[in-house]
Structures are given as C-alpha cells and as structure tokens.
Design a protein around this ligand. Structure first.
Ligand code: HEM
Length: 70
C-alpha cells in the first residue's frame, strides 16, 4: 500500500509542500520519502507539470476508508 495522496491524505499540504515532495523527496515534516516513491525521477518534472498534477490530485474524490495511513 502506498501513501494516500487524495485530499484526505495530503489535505493540509500546500502546493509548495507537494512540489517539494516531488522535486526533493521531502515531506512537510522533514521526513525523506522512500525512493519506492519515484521522486528521483519526478524531480525532473517542470513546475508546470507539477502544477497540473496538483490540480489533478485535487480533482479526485477524497478516499477515507480506514482513516489516515500516516
Ligand atoms: C505522478 C505520480 C505520483 C504522485 C503525484 C505521487 C505523489 C506522492 C506524494 C505527495 C507522496 C507523499 C505522501 C505522504 O507522505 O503523505 C507519495 C508517497 C509515496 N509514493 Fe508516490 N506519487 C506518484 C507515483 C508513485 C508511484 C508510481 C509509486 C510506486 C510505484 C509511488 C509510491 C509511493 C510510496 C511507496 C510512497 C510512500 C513513501 C514514504 O512514505 O516514504 N508513488 N507519493
């Protein structure tokens, strides 16, 4: 199971937090993401591409089965 990145999972994240995670693999709490999450590759995405993903992720209905994963 991977992290929940629907709004229920990263609901308090700002777009800057999201961009930091995809560019540098760093969560808002300072934890480095496992490289199972392919941020060594997503770090090459442009700001425009990350913005488009941010909009997409927020267009998907929140998932809240079993509560938070983290
Ligand atoms: C464009 C597609 C993707 C986006 C936007 C994305 C975004 C994210 C974000 C924002 C987190 C942090 C969530 C949190 O810590 O609460 C995360 C974690 C994670 N992602 Fe992705 N992800 C993507 C693709 C993938 C893929 C393809 C995989 C694996 C095949 C993956 C595996 C993981 C794992 C395992 C974590 C948890 C890492 C940890 O907690 O150390 N992700 N992802």
């Amino acid at each position: 199971m991977s992290a929940d990145i629907t709004p229920a999972g990263i609901g308090k994240w700002t777009e800057a937090d999201f961009a930091n995670a995809l560019h540098d693999g760093i969560r808002p709490d300072g934890r480095i993401l496992s490289a199972v999450m392919p941020w060594p590759y997503t770090r090459f995405m442009t700001d425009d591409e990350i913005h488009a993903l941010w909009l997409y992720v927020h267009s998907v209905a929140p998932k809240n089965v079993g509560g938070q994963l983290h």
